[in-house]
Write a protein that binds this ligand. Structure first.
Ligand SMILES: Cc1cc2nc3c(=O)[nH]c(=O)nc-3n(C[C@H](O)[C@H](O)[C@H](O)COP(=O)(O)OP(=O)(O)OC[C@H]3O[C@@H](n4cnc5c(N)ncnc54)[C@H](O)[C@@H]3O)c2cc1C
Length: 439
C-alpha cells in the first residue's frame, strides 16, 4: 500500500484504423493508452457518407479486398455485415465513345484484369533486370509473351495504375511491386454494409475516453526513458508512442521529431511515395448507365466509376469516381466545380449522353490536399524497394511505427494497416516483457 505503481502508458498518434487497432490491442493487454487524433472523427482514410441513401458512400477506402484478410475478424467481433460487390462481375471499360466488357481486353491475356501488371513485374524481376518503373516493364513484357500491346490495353493499364497505386505507371517501381504479394488474401471485393467508418467507430467505442479528437500532434520529443508528445491540446507523456500517421504527413515535416529520426528511417520516409488520390461523388437526376454495367473503367481521367448503392435495396443514382496519380493532381488544381464538370462531361462522352445538365449534386474529396493525409495510398518508386521494412524497427526502444505504408506485403490497404497496428502493439508488448524479465 502507498507504493508507487507505474502503469505503462502508450500514446498512439493518429486515430486511423492502424492506430485504433494498435491501441485496442494494447488496452486488451493492460497497457494504458491514449489515441491522439487531429480530426473531429476517427477512421482517417475510412470515411463514409450516409446521407445519399440507404447505403454507404465511401469517401475513402471502398472495399475489403479478399475473403481471407484480417478485416473479417473485426467485422465478426462487431457484428458488421459485408456485401459481395456485384460490380466486380460486370466490369466495363469506357473509352473513346465506346463501352465494352473489360474481358474483351483481359480475356486474350488469360487472367484477371490486374494480372498483367503483376506478371510484368514478376517477369522483369525474375529475369534479373535492374529495378525500373512499371511502364518500362509493361512495354517489355508483351514482347516476351508475344502479346499485341494495343493502345486500348495500354490506356487500361494506366487506369489500373491510377486506382491500384494512386500513381502513374512511370512512377511505380517494379521491385517494390514484387514485394507486395497480398498472398492468400483472395480476390473478391466486399463492401461493409454499415460503411468502412463503422469499423473505426466500433473500435473507438471500445477504447472509450482514451480517444482524443481534435488533438493535432505537432512535436514528438523522445529519449531512451520516455516520450513527450506536444499537441494543440497540450503535452502528453508516455512510455512509448505508436506513430500511426500517414506517410504524406510524415514526409511533409508537419510533425517534428526531437531528436530527429535515425537516418535510415528518415530516408525511407522521403523516398517512398504517399501517392495521390481523389474521390468525386456525383448524384444525378437519373441513371446515366444501364443496369448491366456494374462499374466502369475510364481513361479521361484514368479512373473507375462505381455505383455505391449497387446490391442495396433502393440504389439512388449516386456514383463515385476514384482517380489517382497525375490525373488526380490535375483535377485538384482545377477546383471543385470545374473538376466535377470535367469528369461528368467525360463520362457523358463515353456513354453518348449530355450528363452535365443531370447533376443534382457533386462533391470532391481530395486526399492529396487533405492536411491530415497528404496523399492517397503509398507506393514504392523505382530504387526504393526494401524501405518499407525500416518502419518495423523500434526507435530508441520508445517509438514504433504503424500504418498502411509500413506493411511490406499488404501495403495500401485497410487490412495491411490493421496488421501493422497489431504488429506495432506486439512490439511494445515484447519490449515490455523483455524489460520485466530483465529487471
Ligand atoms: C480514395 C481511397 C480509396 C481507398 N480504397 C481502398 C479500398 O478499397 N480497400 C482498401 O483496403 N484500402 C483502400 N484504401 C487505402 C486505405 O484507406 C488505407 O490503407 C488505410 O485506411 C490507412 O490506414 P492508416 O491508419 O494507415 O492511415 P489513416 O487512415 O490515414 O490514419 C492516420 C490518422 O492520422 C491522423 N493524423 C494525421 N496527422 C495528424 C497529426 N498531426 N496529429 C494527430 N493525428 C493526425 C489522420 O487524421 C488519420 O486519422 C483507399 C484509400 C483512399 C484514400
Amino acid at each position: 500500500m502507498g507504493e508507487y505503481e507505474h502503469r505503462e502508458r502508450a500514446l498512439v498518434i493518429g486515430g486511423g484504423i492502424a492506430g485504433l487497432v494498435a491501441a485496442w490491442r494494447l488496452q486488451q493487454a493492460g497497457v494504458e493508452v491514449e489515441v491522439l487524433e487531429a480530426r473531429d472523427r476517427v477512421g482517417g482514410r475510412l470515411w463514409t457518407a450516409s446521407e445519399y441513401g440507404p447505403f454507404p458512400v465511401e469517401l475513402g477506402a471502398e472495399f475489403i479486398h479478399g475473403d481471407r484478410v484480417i478485416t473479417w475478424r473485426f467485422l465478426e467481433r462487431y457484428g458488421l455485415r459485408a456485401l459481395d460487390d456485384p460490380s466486380q462481375d460486370r466490369r466495363y471499360v469506357g473509352m473513346k465513345g465506346r463501352v465494352f466488357p473489360s474481358e474483351d481486353l483481359s480475356r486474350p491475356l488469360g487472367e484477371g484484369i490486374f494480372a498483367p501488371l503483376a506478371r510484368a513485374s514478376e517477369a522483369w524481376f525474375a529475369a534479373g533486370k535492374p529495378d525500373t518503373d512499371l511502364a518500362t516493364a509493361l512495354r517489355w513484357w508483351p514482347q516476351e509473351e508475344g502479346i499485341d500491346l494495343t493502345p486500348q490495353l495500354w490506356e487500361l493499364w494506366r487506369t489500373l495504375a491510377s486506382i491500384g497505386w494512386s500513381a502513374d505507371l512511370e512512377e511505380i517501381g517494379v521491385y517494390g511491386d514484387v514485394e507486395a504479394t497480398y498472398e492468400g488474401d483472395g480476390w473478391r471485393n466486399w463492401r461493409i454494409v454499415e460503411g468502412q467508418q463503422a469499423l473505426a467507430e466500433r473500435l473507438a467505442a471500445e477504447l472509450g475516453t482514451s480517444v482524443r479528437l481534435g488533438c493535432a500532434v505537432e512535436r514528438i520529443d523522445w529519449s531512451e526513458d520516455s516520450v513527450c508528445v506536444v499537441t494543440t491540446e497540450g503535452a502528453r507523456r508516455g512510455d512509448w508512442a505508436i506513430v500511426a500517421l500517414p506517410l504524406g504527413v510524415l514526409q511533409s515535416g508537419a510533425v517534428e521529431f526531437v531528436p530527429g529520426l535515425p537516418a535510415e528511417l528518415a530516408e525511407a520516409i522521403q523516398r517512398l511515395s504517399p501517392g495521390y488520390s481523389m474521390k468525386i461523388v456525383v448524384e444525378f437526376t437519373e441513371d446515366p448507365w444501364t443496369p448491366e454495367i456494374g462499374c466502369l473503367f475510364v481513361t479521361t481521367p484514368h479512373g473507375i466509376w462505381e455505383r455505391p448503392g449497387l446490391g442495396f435495396a433502393a440504389p439512388e443514382p449516386v456514383f463515385s469516381l476514384l482517380v489517382g496519380g497525375s490525373d488526380a493532381r490535375r483535377l485538384s488544381a482545377m477546383g471543385e466545380e470545374d473538376a466535377i464538370r470535367e469528369v461528368v462531361q467525360a463520362l457523358g462522352a463515353v456513354l453518348g449522353q449530355d450528363l452535365v445538365g443531370r447533376i443534382r449534386q457533386g462533391r470532391v474529396v481530395d486526399w492529396g490536399r487533405d492536411p491530415w493525409c497528404r496523399g492517397g495510398y503509398s507506393f514504392v518508386p523505382p530504387g526504393a524497394s526494401g524501405l518499407r521494412a525500416r518502419f518495423s524497427e523500434v526507435v530508441g526502444g520508445r517509438l514504433v511505427f504503424a500504418g498502411e505504408h509500413t506493411s511490406v506485403e499488404r501495403p495500401s490497404t485497410v487490412h495491411g494497416a490493421i496488421e501493422s497496428g497489431l504488429r506495432a502493439a506486439e512490439q511494445i508488448l515484447e519490449f515490455r516483457a523483455a524489460v520485466t524479465l530483465g529487471s
